[in-house]
Ligand binder design. Structure first.
Ligand SMILES: Cc1ncc(COP(=O)(O)O)c(C=O)c1O
Length: 459
């Protein structure tokens, strides 16, 4: 039997965009082209991506913040090679999976929750779905409370508690008995709970879309309110968890102990999808309450060998390299540098976030004076942010993300293995992009993008 030859498959991808647009998602490809992201990266190493001509790019998207340990970390690669060479059987299903036990033990030890239990998933949104079901089963209540502008994934349950109406539009009826309250408003939670207690209050310690931080005092208050009303506090740490904010869990900063914690992204090492729901033992017992119901929630690929090994290797690197400490130190440095750019250019309204989960909100009104913005109606903020992202990519080889349709927010979540000089490089790229708006190509970028996207976005 002949092998497949990955090198020649990649070499034969002469026009990957064309195939992608024909066979997958033409509109997404159109967007990629408009933004200049229609390039092919053929290698990743640490915080870097390399394109076909060997050009190096600083990746501050890092797989939507999943790649905390850097791309292709040698410990992870070695562990995965060992797993593949071992002949271990994956998906036996009816077994007490030994690697799942080891990963659960290490995860609970790492998060300081040794008395809890773990349920493994294949993604963040699947973890959120599990958390919603677990909370309902455990409390025998239906109601879920969540925060405006929060993000918890895009499957129907997670979408029901999504704080961005645009993402819900067009997908029909979602979960009933869901209440949205403003983020960072403990009084709103108190009055919602007074009206009627809930199964769960779901919260991000740093909102991934807005980069708004839930202050420690607020988190302590909501934790208290939940405890008093028997509502389970669900911390969605899919993005903020495992080091990114400068602590193992984002909620650790506040010293609280949520009833359920959802993790994913960083646990994968950026290689094999894996997620975990950590919950108090009683909650797990309530869900899997009898032998006949011992697998009422499950999925085929959970606990697969490669995912478990990726998780074990990622946690090992997190601990050995003290990545949460790096996120704290380098996040402080990046924040300082971005604040200096804000002061020097006047184009940044706010620098937000925690650790290496940071964002800048552009002052579009102020920029509009220098650039003479084209008429782009309600999409103005998005377009300006996207033009800055495009400029960062094309002129400075920095990948960043524009996160919100409502504000011109640009987000930086590089891997936690970056060095101080890469922090300087990132801040300097932002500075050079925003300084002297007149006379730089940013103005041209905005006008070019407006022209290209007029057909896609209606004002
Ligand atoms: C806080 C949060 N929760 C849930 C999710 C969904 O995770 P996934 O994309 O793995 O389904 C994300 C993804 O960005 C996230 O940031």
């Amino acid at each position: 039997m002949s092998d497949i030859d990955l090198d020649s498959i990649m070499r034969a991808c002469a026009d990957p965009g064309d195939r992608y647009a024909r066979l997958l998602n033409p509109r997404f490809y159109k967007l990629l082209r408009a933004l200049g992201f229609d390039r092919t990266f053929i290698r990743g190493e640490g915080p870097w991506l390399f394109d076909e001509s060997g050009e190096r790019y600083l990746d501050a998207i890092a797989g939507y913040a999943a790649i905390t340990i850097g791309r292709n970390h040698p410990v992870l690669i070695n562990a995965l090679h060992q797993a593949l060479d071992s002949g271990l059987p994956s998906l036996v299903q009816f077994e007490a999976n030994p690697l799942a036990g080891v990963l659960a033990e290490r995860l609970l030890e790492c998060t300081g929750r040794e008395n809890d239990r773990v349920y493994f998933t294949n993604s963040g949104t699947e973890g959120v779905e599990a958390a919603l079901k677990f909370a309902r089963a455990s409390t025998a209540r239906n109601r879920i409370i969540h925060c405006s502008r929060g993000f918890h994934g895009l499957t129907l349950g997670a979408l029901s508690i999504n704080g961005n109406p645009g993402l819900r539009e067009g997908f029909g009826p979602l979960l009933e008995d869901v209440t949205e309250i403003p983020f960072r408003d403990a009084a709103a939670l108190a009055s919602a709970l007074q009206e009627q207690p809930a199964a769960a209050f779901v919260i991000e310690s740093v909102q991934g879309k807005t980069l708004e931080v839930a202050e420690d005092q607020y988190l302590r208050e909501v934790s208290d309110l939940c405890r008093r009303s028997g509502t389970l506090l669900v911390a969605d740490e899919v993005q903020s968890g495992l080091g990114r904010t400068g602590a193992i869990l984002g909620t650790d900063h506040a010293g609280i102990r949520p009833d359920i914690v959802v993790l994913s992204k960083a646990l994968s090492g950026g290689m094999v999808p894996v997620g975990a729901v950590i919950a108090r033992g009683e909650i797990i017992d309530d869900v899997f309450e009898s032998m006949s119901r011992s697998h009422v929630h499950s999925s085929t690929f959970k606990e697969n060998v490669l995912a478990m090994v990726a998780g074990i290797a990622s946690l090992h690197v997190l601990r050995e390299e003290r990545l949460e400490q790096r996120a704290q130190e380098l996040g402080t440095l990046l924040r300082e540098r971005l604040e200096a750019v804000a002061a020097a250019t006047g184009c940044i309204k706010a620098v937000r976030g925690r650790g290496l989960m940071l964002g800048i909100e552009l002052d579009v009104e102020r920029m509009a004076g220098s650039i003479k913005l084209p008429f782009i109606g309600r999409h103005r903020s998005t377009l300006v942010a996207q033009a800055v992202v495009r400029h960062l990519l094309n002129e400075h080889h920095v990948l960043a993300l524009s996160t919100s349709a409502e504000s011109a927010t640009i987000k930086f979540t590089p891997s936690l293995v970056i060095e101080p000089e890469q922090v300087e490089q990132l801040a300097s790229a932002v500075h050079r992009t925003l300084e002297r708006l007149d006379g730089t190509t940013l103005g041209a970028d905005i006008h070019g993008l407006a022209g290209m996207t007029r057909g896609i976005l209606s004002p």
